[in-house]
Design a protein around this ligand. Structure first.
Ligand SMILES: C[S@@+](CC[C@H](N)C(=O)[O-])C[C@H]1O[C@@H](n2cnc3c(N)ncnc32)[C@H](O)[C@@H]1O
Length: 308
């Protein structure tokens, strides 16, 4: 996991109490850690990291109301929500499902970037790019077209694993990602003609109509709750016959849920309906898992859609 986000309170004593509290939390002394964090927030009422950690500890202690109160304070202290307090409020049933805070995603992946590939590929057996490659080849074979693409866009490109898998089949790759540190890593691959630090929907909005032959989103839609705005933009940006290929995590219920791992899972019915509503045609949807958690494959879908 990435290093933990720490936002200093600007008060040395409060910051030191926070550090002691983290030590105690890691040693399992949650009650003592909560006491120290309460002291830290008394000294520095706008100390977002302390409020957030206090929320987590109250959650671990099963103190739901106190956890909600602490996460709400963390949100007030940092309205951008770099810790992702609002996601915990959703899990605690105190807030409706909503979009993931962009500042949270950026902070998470900026911290993750240097270790990302080791953590994802080695520890979690990540196989999203290879699955997408196979699915795209199959979709092209089915319509007897070569699997070669002049212009491709890699949404949530991260360090460039998906574009690297497709590199020999694409002339011009554009990578879009919210995290500047991930983009730095992607640049080192030399695979991308263009790289943009942007939200994926916003990045697509800036692209002309019918300007891409292929759009990829490998393990990136798990950070989007509502897929529809993105799918509509993809439909506009793709050329006729162009393909969108993406992975999602899924679940047995209906619609969209936020999982314990703070990633969204979309039901197969919801994915199919969203594709149809965006005007795209489903060209493939297989139950395939892109990564493991606790050595168990996380339920997922590998989806290919075509612009007709
Ligand atoms: C798990 S990584 C996957 C990276 C890469 N696609 C791969 O297959 O290795 C998810 C990436 O999506 C990016 N991301 C998440 N939400 C995003 C958004 N709304 N707009 C742009 N990038 C986003 C993150 O910054 C991160 O780099």
């Amino acid at each position: 996991m990435p290093a933990r986000l720490f936002l200093s309170s600007g008060d040395l004593v409060a910051d030191r109490r926070f550090e002691f509290a983290r030590d105690l939390q890691l040693k399992g002394d949650l009650t003592a850690a909560a006491d120290l964090l309460s002291q830290a927030t008394e000294l520095a009422p706008g100390f977002a990291s302390a409020w957030f950690t206090l929320g987590e500890i109250r959650e671990q202690l099963g103190e739901r109301e106190a956890a909600i109160a602490a996460f709400l304070k963390a949100l007030i202290a940092d309205p951008e929500d770099r810790h992702g307090a609002s996601l915990h409020l959703v899990l605690l049933g105190a807030q409706e499902l909503s979009a993931m805070p962009q500042a949270y995603v950026r902070a998470l992946f900026d911290q993750y970037a240097p270790k990302f590939e080791t953590a994802l590929v080695d520890d979690l057996g990540y196989r999203g790019p290879a699955l997408l490659f196979k699915a795209v080849l199959a979709a092209r074979l089915a319509v007897r077209k070569p699997a070669f693409f002049k212009r491709a866009i890699d949404l949530g490109c991260g360090t460039g694993l998906a574009a690297t898998a497709f590199a020999s089949e694409v002339d011009h790759f554009i990578g879009i990602d919210l995290s500047p540190r991930m983009i730095e890593q992607a640049r080192l691959t030399g695979v991308y003609a263009e790289l943009e630090i942007a939200d994926m929907v916003q990045g697509l909005r800036d692209k002309p109509d019918a300007s891409a032959d292929l759009v990829l989103a490998a393990d990136a839609m798990v950070y989007l709750s509502d897929l529809t705005p993105l799918l509509r933009e993809v439909n506009r940006v793709l050329v006729s016959g162009g393909l969108l290929a993406f992975t999602v995590e899924t679940h047995d219920g209906e619609g969209i849920i936020l999982g314990e791992g703070l990633r969204y899972a979309h039901s197969p019915g919801h994915v199919r309906a969203s594709i149809r509503d965006a005007g795209l045609a489903l060209a493939g949807c297989e139950d395939l898992s892109a990564r493991n958690e606790d050595n168990t494959p996380v339920p997922g879908l590998v989806v290919v859609a075509a612009k007709t």
